[in-house]
Write a protein that binds this ligand. Structure first.
Ligand SMILES: [Zn+2]
Length: 198
């Protein structure tokens, strides 16, 4: 079999146990709740769960998440459920590619989010911002959004509300809407639900 020159060496180390919801990022997992009473299965967006639990102070510890999630079946709400993590893929190569993509996207979003924070005080048209916008281009499918961010980044004089926050929110929302992983703290808006529609 020809070697894939782009492939990293296979991980031989044993997989560390999952301690918190954050650890599920390693496998890009969603959280599955299977009801033992009615059989209803709910898939939860991991990052939306992180958002909710951080906002409510209910903690990200995996055993606690497993103990507290309930059935979302109609008129059920049973706590007799099995809660497990479903990896993005069982194929290690597919998983590694997705993971690399997620890390790239979220690093770029972090740069734009930080720059948006600084943009109320002056120009942020710096090389790191340009690089982040270019990195996001293939995942966004909308050059206008990136151009809007860059336009706002180059503005010298700020008129109160004029900053990169609006453009950042549009970009983060679109990346998420296109099915990519956006970490809880980089989401521009609170998720309306953690349930993944099927
Ligand atoms: Zn149920």
């Amino acid at each position: 079999m020809p070697a894939d020159p782009g492939a990293a060496p296979r991980d031989t180390a044993p997989v560390a146990p999952v301690a918190t919801l954050i650890d599920l990022r390693r496998t890009e997992a969603v959280v599955r709740v299977t009801c033992k009473l009615c059989g209803h299965v709910t898939l939860h967006d991991r990052e939306a769960l992180i958002q909710y639990r951080q906002a409510s102070g209910s903690g990200l510890e995996w055993p606690r998440v497993q103990a507290e999630l309930i059935c979302w079946g109609k008129r059920c709400r049973s706590n007799h459920v099995a809660v497990d993590a479903v990896p993005f893929s069982d194929d290690p190569i597919t998983l590694r590619r997705r993971r690399a993509q997620t890390i790239l996207i979220n690093l770029a979003l972090q740069v734009l989010s930080d720059a948006a924070g600084r943009s109320t005080r002056g120009k942020v048209d710096t090389p790191d911002v340009r690089l982040a916008l270019r990195v996001l281009h293939p995942f966004l499918g909308d050059a206008a959004m990136l151009q809007a961010y860059w336009h706002d980044a180059t503005l010298e004089q700020r008129m109160g509300a004029t900053s990169c926050h609006h453009a950042y929110r549009a970009i983060a929302g679109r990346v998420l809407a296109r099915g990519h992983t956006v970490y809880a703290d980089l989401r521009a808006a609170f998720a309306s639900t953690s349930e993944i529609p099927r």
